[in-house]
Ligand binder design. Structure first.
Ligand code: HSE
Length: 433
């Protein structure tokens, strides 16, 4: 074999980046793989928009079916995103005996198991380095580089949009809405950026990382998620006074018989290595039982970083095709993992420290009423800050607690929020140790 032929479905931002890298870096790619990787077809409904790249004549068409059924195409790259059509394209390609590369995190997180089965049965690869962390090679790290280990812990900043918004709120003191509007104007965020700011995008990525770490598809619906949309610049300032920053974290931890899996804003000590991951960057910390701590950092989105990850998958598959060895690989990197299940720990059983901001009336006895209700549920306070009154006469009372159970915290806050001494819903943020 002298060449491997690639067909891309979806000529948007990432599709154009992938095509550009394949064309511009064709020589280094050929030298690394040992054969030519040829961009044979690109399919998209939009045949006229300028993507800043000129494809060889005859490559671009709107004929995705022709691409999926072209016997000369070895690798199909799905970059249209979304669920139904993308799933149908990937299934068809796999059943047609073609290897597939995708960046579609939502599809893999929610319907991955079905596609992994089809790929296994068809004896072809389904690769998805670009689905988590864009150009940051974290999928390859978990599947290959760290393969000798049991994964103990994953802590990530995996949504660049939220990280950009939180960076603007903390560096410029912007309210949430202003920071979101700035992100939309600069093209970092979609309008509205719902799935980014409500934790869904990060939870999709966490589901994929957990599936790889433990070798079975993670039950996406069981992953706890909470977004950044209730955070205020005041919370960021108070966190700063306690020595913390606030990040949207994706956290997984192996607890033995259960996996802790959660996405939410968290207070992170300012000297934590993820605390200085700012702007739209992503980072993930992975700890294995023998390797110890490892850290990955990079651009989690965008035309070229994501295109780089897609092309790395294409090259890995081309190497297998070239070597003519076993061309299949289990999409989750476990040869034999059928029948296992992953049990995700209920958030109620989480034990961690907490930040509370109560907006309370300023009169004698309020602080003792609050601390009494917390104390009844074994929630012990470690620090308190109280600042001056606002225009409504409410004062922020801000507390950090020692470790407590989430169930107790939920019950205590529900009880407190019913009392007329509190003027607004209490802000609760979990604190990383
Ligand atoms: N929307 C994602 C983010 C990028 O903001 O990180 C693509 O995964």
């Amino acid at each position: 074999m002298k060449q491997v032929n690639v067909g891309i479905i979806g000529f948007g931002t990432v599709g154009a980046g992938t095509a550009e890298i394949l064309l511009e870096n064709r020589e280094i790619i050929r030298k690394r793989v040992g054969l030519d990787i040829v961009l044979k077809r690109v399919a998209d409904l939009d045949l006229v928009s300028d993507r800043g790249i000129s494809l060889p004549k005859g490559v671009l068409s709107n004929d995705s079916n022709g691409l999926l059924n072209d016997p000369e195409i070895d690798i199909v790259v799905e970059l249209i995103g979304g669920m139904t059509t993308a799933k149908s394209f990937i299934s068809t390609a796999l059943k047609n005996g073609k290897h597939v590369v995708t960046a579609n995190k939502a599809l893999l997180a929610e319907h991955g198991s079905e596609l992994y089965e089809i790929a296994k049965k068809a004896g072809v690869n389904l690769a998805y380095e670009a689905a988590v962390g864009g150009g940051m090679p974290v999928i390859g790290a978990l599947r290959d580089g760290l393969a000798a280990n049991n994964t103990l812990k994953i802590i990530g900043i995996l949504n660049g949009t939220s990280n950009y918004i939180l960076t603007r709120m903390s560096k410029e003191g912007l309210p949430y809405e202003d920071a979101v509007n700035g992100a939309i104007k600069l093209g970092y965020a979609e309008d509205p950026p719902t799935l980014d700011v409500n934790g869904t995008d990060a939870a999709h990525k966490l589901a994929i990382l957990i599936s790889l770490a433990y070798g079975v598809p993670a039950p996406f619906g069981s992953i706890y998620k909470e977004g950044i949309d209730r955070l205020t610049p005041e919370d960021i300032l108070f966190a700063d006074q306690f020595g913390y920053c606030i990040k949207l974290l994706t956290i997984a931890q192996n607890l033995g018989d259960e996996i802790e899996a959660r996405v939410h804003p968290a207070m992170l000590p300012k000297n934590h290595m993820l605390a200085n991951v700012n702007e739209a960057f992503n980072a993930v910390f992975i700890e294995g039982d023998y390797v110890g701590p490892t850290l990955y950092y990079g651009q989690g989105a965008g035309r070229m970083p994501t295109g780089s990850a897609v092309v790395s998958d294409i090259m890995a598959i081309a190497r297998k095709i070239k070597s003519n060895a076993d061309k299949t690989s289990s999409p989750l990197g476990f040869a034999d993992s059928e029948g296992q299940t992953i049990k995700i720990q209920s958030i109620k059983n989480l034990k961690t420290a907490y930040y509370f901001r109560f907006m309370a009336v300023d009169k004698p006895g309020v602080l003792s009423k609050i601390s009494g209700i917390l104390g009844e549920r074994n929630i012990s306070i470690s620090s308190v800050i109280q600042k001056g009154r606002d225009a409504d006469g409410a004062v922020p009372i801000v507390m950090l607690t020692h470790e407590a159970y989430e169930q107790d915290v939920t019950e205590a806050l529900a009880m407190l929020d019913k009392l007329d001494i509190l003027k607004d819903r209490t802000m609760m943020i979990r604190v990383m140790g």
